[in-house]
Design a protein. Structure first.
Length: 78
């Protein structure tokens, strides 16, 4: 579970929370009257291959070479 802290607590110890997020890599949720409003997280500078990100996202496609638009719709777009 992600740690949560109120705005007033965050304001008093912001630098401490920044260091904690940097060290652990775990995000911190800042709340306002108990409602989550902000997420503080470490930036990931590692570049990921877009194909690796999408890998496994298409589970099944029956006819991949069929046009996405049928012929009547295609003619209507001309």
């Amino acid at each position: 579970m992600t740690a949560q802290v109120s705005k007033s607590q965050f304001k008093a110890k912001a630098l401490e929370y920044f260091r904690q997020v940097e060290a652990s890599g775990e995000p911190l949720i800042v709340t306002d009257h108990g409602k989550p409003t902000l997420e503080i997280r470490r930036i990931n500078d590692e570049k990921q291959d877009p194909f690796e990100i999408l890998k496994g996202s298409v589970l099944w496609y029956d006819r991949p070479f069929d046009p996405a638009v049928d012929e009547d719709e295609w003619n209507a777009l001309k």
